[in-house]
Design a protein around this ligand. Structure first.
Ligand code: FAD
Ligand code: DHB
Length: 395
């Protein structure tokens, strides 16, 4: 088979890019190693920036998101037994949309099926070839048969553990990484959220986040040890710990119930540079990971897709490679700002073990001073708000 663009991975990056290219009449295939149900079963991000909302709208796929998603003009910062509202809309003129990654993925998968767009699920042994020359290709095995897809370009949208980044020779790529000394234990439950808006809580027992998927479905997280196993956390133990990390008002409105999903995610900052290698482009988690505080992972996937789709469409419609040549630089400028923000918000909100060289828990005192400063300064709150709602796209 021959296509113009081969997209590896059917997460948000691959499906958004596939939809943008389909809309522009560019022939693309999406090749995913898992089944569609498996991809839809992964509970991940929940907050969309305006750029991501606009992209779904521009694809004509925003109807369910606007009907079922929740527009939030602010969020709450829990600290010292109370919570303080960060008024995103008053500070920036923008809102965020609470709509789960699962739902975005479902809308994009349904659209591909309705369009009859080429998609292969359960592709085994996916390999990419020849991206440093003019005739790249992708091979995979399905139902015991090996298939080859020849293409002009390969989009590596296959996440942190994918084959795309791993196929780049070590001397051509630079990795930057920080691993945090804790994880997040997440629970999804069919109970009404503790508050109308999200609560990010800084507590001496550790960070907690109250999020939601709808008015009847909540998504909660607590900071946990990297050694913790999901099986050690009964639902009751989770609810008890979450309650202790919330202010009395929030704790009193907490409704508990059986968990539908429970998982532990490690926290990491990671960037691979550059994001282009000849005819291979890395997109989304394949190129970068941020800790989830601030909800930037999925939104960065959307901004990468925005820049790459722009470059590919310009190339096929106007025979110019300017946008493709600009892709890595443009994407990375926005990525690094989100890496900085996610690191900062993580550092502000979590309980850290004493750092080497610290005496008398100085880091803890500096963290408290920073929160006091933030809550008393319009300028500092505006900086938090403008990063949270999402920095503008370059083009
Ligand atoms: P992915 O969603 O990882 O998609 C990559 C796809 O490629 C997958 O479907 C995978 O099966 C497929 N694939 C992998 N290898 C191959 C291969 N060799 N061949 C073919 N296909 C392949 N972000 C937030 O903002 N908030 C959160 O709360 C949050 N929680 C998260 C929790 C977890 C456990 C994880 C892992 C991530 C979380 N994120 C969160 C980040 C967010 O979900 C990601 O940034 C987002 O999914 C990135 O989309 P992507 O399409 O680039 O990558
Ligand atoms: C969610 C996850 C986040 O990391 C975040 O910052 C906000 C919300 C969520 O899963 O709903």
């Amino acid at each position: 088979m021959r296509v113009q663009v081969a997209i590896i991975g059917a997460g948000p990056s691959g499906l958004l890019l596939g939809a943008k290219l389909h809309q522009a009449g560019i022939d693309a295939i999406v090749i995913e190693q898992r089944s569609a149900d498996y991809v839809l079963g992964r509970i991940r991000a929940g907050v969309l920036e305006q750029g991501c909302v606009d992209m779904m709208d521009s694809l004509g796929l925003g109807a369910r998101m606007h009907a079922e998603g929740l527009v939030h003009g602010g969020f709450n910062l829990g600290y010292r037994n109370t919570h303080h509202r960060i008024d995103l809309h008053a500070l920036t003129g923008n809102n965020v949309m609470v709509y789960g990654q699962t739902e975005v993925t479902r809308d994009l998968m349904d659209a591909r099926a309705a369009w009859g767009a080429k998609t292969v699920y359960e592709a085994e042994n996916v390999r990419i070839h020849g991206f440093d020359g003019n005739t790249p290709s992708v091979t995979y095995t399905k139902d015991g048969k090996t298939h080859e897809v020849q293409c002009d370009y390969i989009a590596g949208c296959d996440g942190f553990h994918g084959v795309s980044r791993a196929s780049v020779p070590a001397q051509s790529i630079q990795h930057y990484e920080r691993v945090y000394p804790f994880g997040w234990l997440g629970v999804l439950a069919d109970v009404p959220p503790v508050a109308h808006e999200l609560i990010y809580s800084n507590h001496e027992r550790g960070f907690a986040l109250c999020s939601m998927r709808s008015k009847t479905r909540s998504r909660y997280y607590i900071q946990c040890s990297l050694d913790d196993k999901v099986e050690q956390w009964s639902d009751q133990a989770f609810w008890d710990e979450l309650r202790k990390r919330l202010d009395p008002e929030a704790a009193a409105s907490m409704v508990t119930g059986p968990s539908i999903e429970k998982s532990i995610a490690p926290l990491r900052s990671f960037v691979a540079e550059p994001m282009r290698f000849g005819r291979l482009f890395l997109v989304g988690d394949a190129a970068h990971i941020v800790p989830p505080t601030g909800a930037k992972g999925l939104n960065l996937a959307a901004s990468d897709v925005h820049y790459l789709a722009h470059g590919l469409i310009e190339h096929y419609q106007e025979k110019s490679v300017a946008g493709l040549d600009a892709y890595s630089g443009r994407a990375l400028r926005r990525v690094w700002k989100a890496v900085r923000f996610s690191w900062w918000f993580t550092a502000l909100m979590h309980k850290f073990p004493a750092a080497a060289g610290d005496t008398g828990a100085i880091s803890q005192k500096i963290q408290e001073a920073e929160i006091d400063y933030l809550l008393g300064s319009q300028a500092a709150m505006t900086s938090l708000a403008e990063n949270y709602v999402g920095l503008p796209y370059e083009v």
